[in-house]
Design a binder for this molecule. Structure first.
Ligand SMILES: *[C@@H]1O[C@H](CO)[C@@H](O)[C@H](O)[C@H]1NC(C)=O
Length: 365
């Protein structure tokens, strides 16, 4: 169909399977709009499930290299095999079908399609792998939602120019996205440019937990990095890479392929620039020269690209206390955040505790 470029703002809610099961007694499908207008789905990312890290002529990713390095992962585990989805995808799709879902969001491993980024060839084995998945999903009536980037990049890009720290990545990301549109866009109608870019900025360049493991004191003890400035440089390059991919899709593929493109976020410092063309004013005030500037041309590009939908990753609910206008005792590990997320208000918990708090993911938002 014809694209409504200006209009469609979609809120895509992805319920995780356990939440569905836990509430199964209280909620049923009939309370929601029909599958033609409201989809339930499952969601994964390539590195977390695929395994097959050396198969199908795949290149090495930043995660492959990082997890194989001594001392980076506490128990020495890695994603070499993971959930073995690379071999068992048909079984996994059967399982999804048996759950009754109508959509599935997965990411494409950059290194399967472009083992060396834009410095090498398009790998036919990688293309064939995702073709098989997409075709099997459609055969089962499951809409593929493809995340183009979910934290794994070709290691070669890390080596050549420092990955997300360099504006060079914008070209590589655009190239990768275009190969995906070209190869899969006849069947994939929902594109998510990237998953939660704020978490990559924080975990890889502030805390040093994700590759390339950059940080500085007091955030952590890393060999390289600067926790006060790198997350913002990386965020800036991700925003411009996103805009690059959207603009390529709008200009060359959307009209003929008839799909939608958006992003999956958990934060405002990415949505403001992506939709309005610049960072929030408070953010600029707090960060000053640490926050990179967009050129006039880049602002125009951001303004022009827009989004067809917004993906919101929702895990759990917290109270948020404003720390710009009221005083808070900030945890220094929350960096430049000016908000506290709290599980209680006046001593009353927001809900029943269902899990321990594994990661403090609330800063850098
Ligand atoms: C991080 O970069 C800022 C700005 O260049 C500088 O002032 C600061 O000293 C750097 N911090 C570290 C730990 O290198």
């Amino acid at each position: 169909g014809r694209m409504a470029r200006e209009a469609a703002l979609w809120l895509l809610l992805l319920f995780s399977a356990h939440l569905l099961l836990r509430r199964a007694s209280a909620i049923d499908r009939g309370q929601f709009p029909p599958p033609t207008s409201f989809l339930f789905g499952t969601s994964t990312s390539a590195y977390q499930i695929e395994g097959g890290y050396l198969e199908g002529k795949k290149g090495l990713s930043n995660w492959d290299v990082y997890t194989h390095k001594q001392g980076t992962i506490e128990d020495g585990s890695n994603g070499d095999i993971a959930a073995d989805h690379y071999h068992r995808y048909m079984e996994d799709i059967e399982l999804m079908h048996s759950l009754g879902v109508n959509s599935y969001r997965f990411s494409i491993a950059w290194t399967r399609i472009l083992p060396r980024g834009r410095f090498g060839h398009v790998n036919p084995d990688g293309v064939a792998f995702y073709n098989a998945i997409i075709n099997a999903l459609l055969h089962k009536g499951i809409q593929p939602f493809v995340t183009i980037f979910h934290y794994d990049i070709p290691h070669e890009l890390e080596e050549r120019y420092g990955g997300w720290l360099s504006p060079e990545i914008q070209k590589d990301f655009g190239y990768f996205a275009e190969v995906c549109f070209k190869m899969f866009g006849d069947r994939v109608k929902f594109w998510v440019t990237m998953n939660q870019p704020n978490l990559l900025a924080k975990f890889a360049y502030m805390n040093g937990w994700f590759p390339p493991g950059h940080c500085s004191k007091p955030y952590g003890n890393c060999a390289f990095g600067n926790s006060s400035i790198e997350p913002y440089i990386v965020g800036h390059n991700m925003i411009l890479s996103h805009a690059n991919a959207v603009s390529i899709y709008r200009n060359n593929y959307q009209e003929t392929q008839g799909g939608y493109i958006g992003i999956a976020v958990a934060a405002r410092w990415f949505l403001d620039p992506i939709i309005l063309g610049d960072y929030p004013a408070e953010m600029r005030k707090i960060l000053g020269p640490t926050l990179p500037e967009f050129t006039l041309k880049q602002k125009k590009k951001l303004h022009a690209t827009k989004l067809d939908f917004i993906g919101l990753n929702h895990y759990s609910t917290w109270y948020l206390k404003d720390c710009i206008f009221s005083s808070c005792e900030m945890d220094p590990m929350d960096g430049d955040a000016r908000a506290l997320s709290l599980a209680e208000r006046d001593g009353v918990p927001i809900g029943k505790q269902v899990n321990i708090r594994l990661l403090n993911t609330n800063s850098c938002y």
